[in-house]
Design a protein around this ligand. Structure first.
Ligand code: SF4
Length: 327
């Protein structure tokens, strides 16, 4: 473990100013990922600016949107009555993530900022372009069972590990950001990025930009929703594949749908084309199977994760079935 300075701030303005004064500093909230990264020597900030006490914990309805502060705890959001009533898909996804102890510490903003769990990224003796650009990707021809089947590059095939973010991508959430240049709103699907030639960049935030909160627009997805997470241990493990499914049904017809996948790409993988295709179709296993095949267009596996090419479409079918069967 390295030595570092510790500073606690109480306003977003103080947090942004403190970070801009020192290039070696880093914000910390729940610390459920950053502390691991520091222990392993992957990250070595010389100053930690504790933002966990910022007044950004509120969960409230504002007009026709639900606003969630960036410092709200994952467990508080998952168990919140407003979220369970109006955005149940988010509650289900949060409950599927990590363990109760971790959910009690992890914040919404921290969940979005967590790094990949690729084992090469965490081992400083091994090559990893995300940790050390230009060093190579150990996973490409190595241990890649957990890795991406969509949107990867020859520089990085890692996946984003969050469950919460998969639901937020499906629900058209907006990320509210404040920074040295003022406020910015980022559509959730544009917040995380694909690796391309710069896998060291997980998201589109600029240095010094602080996540203030997220907004979820009102939607009709209050009943027919399901979050399916396929993992090695049901108690606590990252997703091999996950599917967030939300359906707006009228009789046996799909009026509208929202679908996103986790465990398959460097960012939450929204299935917009499949959503459009599903509109107006009847609820049936055959339709769901066809939707799943459409979702798999362009998928590519890397050896140990070949099984995901079968698991992913099966998971989509099961999630759609489970969502439509809720009464
Ligand atoms: Fe590093 Fe990405 Fe390759 Fe993993 S997949 S070793 S994170 S470059």
């Amino acid at each position: 473990m390295i030595n570092f300075e510790y500073l606690r701030v109480s306003t977003p303005k103080a947090a942004i100013e403190a970070l801009s004064r020192d290039n070696t500093s880093q914000w910390i909230a729940g610390g459920t990922n950053l502390i691991d990264l520091m222990k392993k020597g992957v990250m070595a900030p010389q100053k930690l600016i504790d933002i966990s006490n910022l007044p950004l914990k509120e969960i409230k309805k504002e007009g026709n949107k639900v606003h969630i502060g960036a410092m709200a705890l994952n467990s508080d959001v998952a168990e919140n009555e407003l979220i369970q009533r109006e955005q149940p898909l988010l509650s289900l996804a949060l409950a599927a993530g990590a363990s109760q102890q971790l959910r009690n510490m992890a914040t919404v903003g921290g969940n979005m900022m967590q790094r990949t769990r690729c084992p090469y990224f965490y081992n400083t003796d091994l090559p990893c372009n995300k940790r050390q650009p230009g060093s190579g990707c150990g996973a490409l021809k190595g241990f890649n069972r957990m890795h991406a089947i969509f949107g990867a590059s020859d520089k990085c095939i890692a996946v984003h590990p969050s469950d919460m973010c998969i639901a937020l991508a499906a629900l058209d959430a907006m990320v509210l950001v404040n920074g040295p240049k003022g406020d910015r709103r980022i559509p959730f699907t544009d917040f995380h990025r694909l690796p391309g030639d710069t896998p060291q960049k997980d998201n589109t935030l600029e240095r010094g930009e602080l996540i203030i909160g997220i907004e979820i627009p009102d939607n009709p997805y209050r009943k027919n929703v399901h979050y399916l997470k396929v993992r090695d241990r049901s108690s606590y493990a990252f997703a091999l594949v996950s599917v967030a499914a939300a359906m707006d049904l009228e009789g046996g017809t799909i009026k509208d749908a929202r679908l996103a996948m986790g465990g398959v790409a460097h960012k939450p993988w929204r299935l917009s084309e499949v959503e459009t295709w599903l509109k107006g179709k009847s609820v049936s296993d055959a339709v769901f199977r066809e939707a799943a095949q459409l979702a798999m267009r362009g998928a590519k596996a890397y050896g140990q994760n070949n099984f995901k090419l079968k698991l992913a479409p099966n998971a989509i079918v099961e999630a759609l079935k489970a969502a439509t069967q809720k009464t």
